[in-house]
Ligand binder design. Structure first.
Ligand code: AMP
Length: 147
């Protein structure tokens, strides 16, 4: 066998169908007898709207709180499905690619597994999470086509 991965980081969002990405990460974890972690990053909406006035800001913060709660539930479900312990589950806040890079460096992952919609044209130009994670990543990145 070629390269051996010992710590695999699976990045998940909850607005697309993650199942093939999750399954592939699971397969690789088994194949390499690796340790699997999952990460989700909540992007703060508040920063973009806060300057717009307090009342509008309040609504954005309420929305943020409900998104945060929802992603906590989804992460718990996924952690249970994958039989992960608390230390293998990372629910973070900030810019997804930056936080994933930081986590990867801190915890010395050697493979990041994520999904990609294989964007073309304008979307590719603007960049996607998959592109941003790949660029500047200190470790290997496996982008699995979805949808
Ligand atoms: P995107 O480029 O935004 O369509 O997302 C591509 C992939 O990046 C997703 O399938 C996930 O694997 C990962 N991803 C996107 N957003 C996040 C997020 N907020 N937290 C963690 N991973 C994410």
């Amino acid at each position: 066998m070629g390269k051996r991965y010992s710590k695999i980081l699976l990045a998940v969002d909850f607005h697309s169908d993650n199942s093939v990405v999750v399954e592939t990460a699971q397969d690789l974890t088994g194949l390499y007898k690796a340790e699997l972690h999952i990460v989700h990053v909540n992007e703060p909406l508040g920063m973009a709207y806060a300057a717009d006035g307090v009342s509008w800001g309040d609504q954005v913060y309420a929305l943020e709180a409900s998104i945060r709660k929802e992603s906590q539930v989804k992460m718990n479900e996924l952690a249970q499905e994958l039989a992960l312990s608390d230390g293998q589950v990372h629910l973070l806040e900030g810019r997804p690619a930056s936080r994933i890079h930081e986590l990867c460096e801190e915890q010395k992952f050697d493979l990041i597994v994520l999904g990609t919609h294989g964007q073309a044209g304008l979307q590719l130009l603007l960049g996607s999470t998959a592109n941003s994670v790949l660029h500047g990543s200190g470790c290997d990145v496996l982008a699995i086509r979805i949808g």
